[in-house]
Design a protein around this ligand. Sequence first.
Ligand SMILES: [Zn+2]
Length: 101
Amino acid sequence: MPALVRRTVRCPCGRRSSTVVLAEGQEPLPLPCTAECERHKRRARLADAFGVPDPEHYVPVQVRSTRTQCAVLWLAMQVCCLSALSAYTARTNPHHLCGGR
Ligand SMILES: [Zn+2]
């Protein structure tokens, strides 16, 4: 029996994390990003655009460089955000920005 170790796994954007128990030497599978991740990134981006710090929904810097798994969603989100920026007022329900996405 190999020894069991605890490892922390994260999703590509780093928002989700979970502790798993693995056999020593085994690599954990990363968590997938969820729609919630995308909403957080979008909010962070809107906060950036308006210069409003949003510590409650702070997204670590790695988000900007770790986009591999979320690249398509990220691009779609940026387009969506740009078109939504003019309509964005204060902290509305982000669902409204993307027509329910
Ligand atoms: Zn994520």
